[in-house]
Design a protein around this ligand. Sequence first.
Ligand SMILES: Nc1ncnc2c1ncn2[C@@H]1O[C@H](COP(=O)(O)OP(=O)(O)O)[C@@H](O)[C@H]1O
Ligand SMILES: [Mg+2]
Length: 337
Amino acid sequence: MVEVQHVTKRYGSLTAVDDISFRVEPGEILGFLGPNGAGKTTTMRILTGFLPATEGHARIAGFDVFDHPLEAKRRTGYLPETPPLYPEMTVEEYLRFVARINGLPSSEGRRQAGLAMERTRISDMADRFCGKLSKGYRQRVGLAQAILHNPDVLILDEPTAGLDPRQIIETRRLIRELAGDHTVILSTHILPEVSQTCQRVVIINRGRVVAVDTPDNLTARLQGSQTVYLQIDAPGADVVAALQAVPGVARVSEVEGRDGDTGYEVESSDGGDVRRELSHAVVTRGWGLLELRPQQMSLEDIFLQLTTEEPPSDLAQSDDGTAPDAFALSTEEGVHE
Ligand SMILES: Nc1ncnc2c1ncn2[C@@H]1O[C@H](COP(=O)(O)OP(=O)(O)O)[C@@H](O)[C@H]1O
Ligand SMILES: [Mg+2]
C-alpha cells in the first residue's frame, strides 16, 4: 500500500533522510520511531507530497507521489505535527471547508464532515470555534480532516505528542479503530506509543533505518539490559564489593550522582529484577539506602544497542549517572515531552 524506496532528502549539506526504504501492507499500523531530529517529519512530508525527495521514490497505492501527486494525495490523509486549523471557523465549517478543497460537492461535504465527526467523536463540538478547542480536541479535528475523504492511507505525525495521559489513551484507541479501514503510519519518539498501537516498527536515527521489527521482538531484544541506580550512605565501606556479591548481579560500577555524590549502577544478568536483593543487602549492613530506581534507557542508548555487536550491558549505562531523556522502556502512560 505504501512503498518507500531509497528515499534521501538533503537540506544543503545536512542529510535529513538517508536512503530510507520500507513498505506498509494494507490495513497495517506501522510505527515510525525515532528521536527528535531523526527525519520522521521530513519522511512524512515527502510521502504526502509536501516536499520533494532529493533521491528515491515513494508510492501510495501504486501511485508515485511525484509523478501522480493527485492520485497519491486522494488516497492519503495527513495529520501534520500541528493540525492546520482555522481558529475563527467552527469545527463543522472547517471540515466542510476541507471537504470543498478536496473537491467534494456541498451536500457530500456535509455528509462526510458529519461522518468524520462521528468517527472521531467530536459531533458535540460541531459548533465550537476551532480556536477555542483543547489540545486533545484540536488533535481529533485534525484526525477528522485527515479521514474526511476516506483515504486508504493515514499518515499521522506524532499524533499523541503534547496530550495528557487520558487524551493519549483515547487517541490511541481512536487510531486503532481507524486502522481497520485504513493503512496507518504514525511517527513517535517514544517506545510505549508503538508497543501499544503498532503491529510493526521502523526505527530511524539520524535519517537512517536502524531496525524494522514487531514491538514484541523489539522489547525482547532490549530486555537483556536491566540497570538499577542506587545511592547509598555507607562512608568508607566497600559498597561495590558488597553489591557485586548479591546473587543475580552481573556488574557494578561507580558513577557520579546528580549532586556530585557517588552513585552505583548495577546490571543484572539476563535482565532479572534484583531490586529486593539489593535493598536487603544494603539495609542488613546498616547502610542508608537513599535511592534505588531502574535506569531508563534513552533512545540513543537503544539505537546504540540495536546497531552494535557489543553486549547490551555495556551500553545501558549513562555516562553521568543522571536519568536519561524522556524515553521509557516501561509501558506507563503519559511518557512524553
Ligand atoms: N526545512 C528545513 N531546512 C533545514 N533543515 C531541516 C528542515 N527541516 C528539518 N530539518 C532538519 O532535518 C533533520 C530531520 O528533521 P525532522 O524530519 O523534522 O525530524 P523529526 O521529525 O524526526 O524530529 C533535523 O536535523 C532538522 O533540523
Ligand atoms: Mg517531527
